[in-house]
Structure formats: C-alpha cells, structure tokens
Design a protein around this ligand. Structure first.
Ligand code: GTP
Ligand code: MG
Length: 195
C-alpha cells in the first residue's frame, strides 16, 4: 500500500472511551521498548511520527493512526514496564484488554518480541490471551539487526517454543533500522484487508 496520509486521530488514556471506528484496525502489542512505535513508523514510512524512546514506557495511551482514511494502526502501551506502580500497571493492562476484547474492527493483532531474548511469562500470557480472544496473533521478532545472521533460525525456534505457538503461527523477523521484514508485513496486512 502506498501510504499517502497518516493522522494520529485518537489518543485514549485510562479514563477515555474507546472510539467506534468504522474502518479496519490493526493492533501492535508487546512489552515496553520492544519496538512497537518504531515498527508503526516504518510501516507508515515516517521517521518519527509515532513517538519512540530508548526509555521503556514511552507510549502510555492507545493511539489510533488513521492511514489513508482506509485503516487504523493501533499503537498499544507496552506491558511489563517496571517503573510504574502496580496499580497503574493494572489499569493499563485492563485498558489494553478492554480494547482487544471489545473492538469490532480489529482484524490483525501483531505481537512483538525481541529476537534476542526468549519470550517472558508476560509474552506467553499475552499470546495465549490474544488466542483466547479468537485472534491468530502474528509474531514479529524485532531488532533483527542486533543479532548475527547465523543466530536467526535458532532464535525464531526459541520464540515459537517460548510462546507455545504452533507450527502454523507466522513469525516475521523485522528491523526498524534496515527495514528488513517491512514488505512482508505489509503483504500480510494487504492480504487480510483485501479479503
Ligand atoms: P513503549 O512505547 O515504551 O512500549 O516502547 P515501544 O515498543 O513502542 O518501543 P519503541 O519503538 O519506542 O523503541 C524502543 C527503543 O528501541 C528505541 O530506542 C528504538 O530506537 C529501539 N528500536 C526499536 N526497534 C528497533 C530495531 O529494529 N533495531 C534497533 N537496533 N533498535 C530498535
Ligand atoms: Mg511505543
């Protein structure tokens, strides 16, 4: 898809009402700092439209990016961010859950994990929970540029195993630096939205 326009249309905090959009939504979940906002920028061909940071906990709201007036990218706050209180963590968790549970327009859920690390218990719970909600999460293994080519296969296997994802689960390695994986992710999005 040629991205002609992007617009951060809705920003939802813990007390906001979620929008009732009438276009398809594609959500990006994953732990803090894994690269959700960076992936969204890469897909939008924008350098820094979605705010990113080396410090975890940058995105603290659910952000709806309107793409070409055709679909939305939904940037979710990361989970597992240590610096906030348990109470706030819980509120964020509830907000993310509520969105994933109630959205009528959600078509794809991407779950991002860092290609360098085995998935955490939080990642596994999130994967399981997304499946429980009736979605087949697409796994994105981020920060591909940070490992040697020879390590890729081994890490992909570890991620599949660590998330208890079946043989048919799709895992796409991606780097927001080299943009490797971006075309494959767009192809997947297009195959779903043109159905
Ligand atoms: P939160 O909003 O805190 O949940 O984080 P996020 O998942 O949106 O991560 P974000 O996109 O802000 O990226 C976090 C940090 O990782 C930033 O310093 C990015 O530049 C870096 N980063 C993201 N993707 C990649 C990647 O593919 N390769 C490398 N080397 N760094 C990356
Ligand atoms: Mg972010």
């Amino acid at each position: 898809m040629h991205v002609k326009s992007v617009n951060l249309e809705t920003v939802c905090g813990i007390t906001s009402t979620l929008p009732k959009n009438n276009k398809m939504e594609i959500a990006f979940a994953g732990k803090s700092n894994v690269g959700k906002s960076s992936l969204i920028n890469a897909l939008m061909n924008r350098k820094a439209y979605a705010r990113t940071s080396a410090q975890p906990g940058k995105t603290q709201t659910i952000n709806f990016y309107n793409i070409n007036d055709e679909l939305y990218f939904v940037d979710l706050p990361g989970y597992g961010y240590a610096k906030v209180s348990e109470a706030l963590k819980e509120k964020w968790g509830k907000m993310i859950e509520k969105y994933l549970k109630t959205s009528k327009q959600l078509k794809i859920v991407f779950l991002l994990v860092d290609i360098r690390h085995d998935p955490s218990e939080n990642d596994r719970n999130m994967y399981e929970w997304i499946v429980y909600q009736g979605y087949q999460p697409i796994i994105i293994a981020t920060k591909l540029d940070k490992i040697n080519r020879s390590q890729i296969e081994k890490q992909m296997k570890a991620i599949r195993k660590g998330l208890n994802a079946g043989a048919s689960a799709i895992i796409i390695p991606f780097s927001s630096l080299s943009k490797q994986g971006r075309d494959e992710i767009w192809e997947l999005i297009e195959s779903v939205i043109t159905k």
